[in-house]
Design a protein around this ligand. Structure first.
Ligand code: ADP
Ligand code: MG
Ligand code: MG
Length: 202
């Protein structure tokens, strides 16, 4: 499942390279799609030959941290590093493991980015996704239903960044002029959540 997720992320981020960089053009430096596509291409090329989920996620993290410049590489790197820490040695995930994967990853981004929801960042898609995962499972839904709810929540969170004033990253330099644009990092985060749903279903 995790290997399939990684492959699905690489493919969907490559497909959306131009669109993600276009979103980064009015409120950034027009490189977000290129950063993500290049980063995940390197991830695929360096992915260890193991079924150990902790090791796979650590591999993703190390490659993103070392190979992707800018804000998103280290932040997504931290997400996957923290997400994978409790999963060392595991070859299968329970639904609860998947919730914790997201919650630990989000906590890592919060700390490293000194950021939270409402600041017009990737967290505006990832945090609602993690919350929807947890609440759908608590209500008795299965993992597929929880990932569907998480994808919908991430999409709503992504769209919710449009009216926000950016408070972190390059977009924050624009002040009021950052309002009215969808955050590129929240958009890649939505694609990353959706990719897990597709990996689990497919
Ligand atoms: P750069 O801005 O260095 O060119 P990218 O364009 O790849 O890096 O990534 C920009 C995205 O990174 C933003 O859209 C935003 O979602 C995210 N981001 C930037 N700073 C932070 C932060 N401190 N916390 C969380 N996310 C951030
Ligand atoms: Mg950029
Ligand atoms: Mg840049």
């Amino acid at each position: 499942m995790i290997r399939r997720w990684i492959e699905e992320m690489a493919s969907v981020l490559a497909e959306n390279r131009a669109c993600l960089s276009e979103l980064d053009s009015p409120i950034g430096d027009a490189d977000h799609g290129n950063n993500m596509e290049r980063g995940f291409r390197a991830v695929l090329a360096t992915l260890p030959e193991t079924e150990d989920i902790g090791a796979l996620l650590k591999g993703v993290a190390m490659t993103l941290i070392s190979r992707v410049g800018g804000a998103a590489g280290p932040l997504y790197g931290t997400f996957f590093l923290e997400a994978g820490k409790p999963l060392a040695g595991k070859t299968e995930l329970t639904p609860e493991d998947v919730v914790q994967l997201f919650e630990n990853g989000v906590t890592g981004i919060r700390k490293r980015g000194r950021s939270d929801t409402g600041m017009k960042t990737m967290l505006d898609a990832l945090v609602p996704a993690a919350d929807a995962l947890r609440s759908t499972l608590a209500e008795g839904g299965d993992l597929a239903a929880a990932l569907k709810a998480a994808t919908d929540a991430a999409e709503a969170g992504m769209k919710g960044t449009i009216p926000m004033l950016a408070q972190r990253g390059r977009a924050s330099y624009l002040g009021e002029r950052s309002v009215g644009h969808q955050d590129p990092g929240a958009t890649s985060s939505y694609l990353i959540v959706r990719a897990l749903g597709d990996a689990v279903e497919g």
